[in-house]
Design a binder for this molecule. Structure first.
Ligand SMILES: [Zn+2]
Length: 75
């Protein structure tokens, strides 16, 4: 799980917290373990459409398009 980032955008992708405004991030155990898909777009904070795939997940923001767990977890 090394390399998983927190607070990579103005918005936290797991909680939708407005990091730019200094909101506190409080991850659930599943989120902390990386088992949960990031449901919020880090760029705009919109709730994304998440689909679980055999490889992980994809999350689609209506404005910023699709993010794939494979991209997110490149080593
Ligand atoms: Zn977005």
């Amino acid at each position: 799980m090394a390399g998983r980032q927190r607070g990579i955008g103005p918005y936290d992708p797991y909680t939708g917290a407005d990091l730019g405004a200094g909101e506190w991030i409080d991850y659930s155990p599943a989120q902390d373990a990386g088992l949960d898909a990031p449901r919020f777009c880090p760029e705009c904070g919109r709730r994304r459409v998440v689909q679980v795939t055999p490889h992980g997940w994809t999350a689609v923001c209506s404005r910023h398009g699709e993010t794939d767990s494979v991209e997110m977890e490149l080593r």
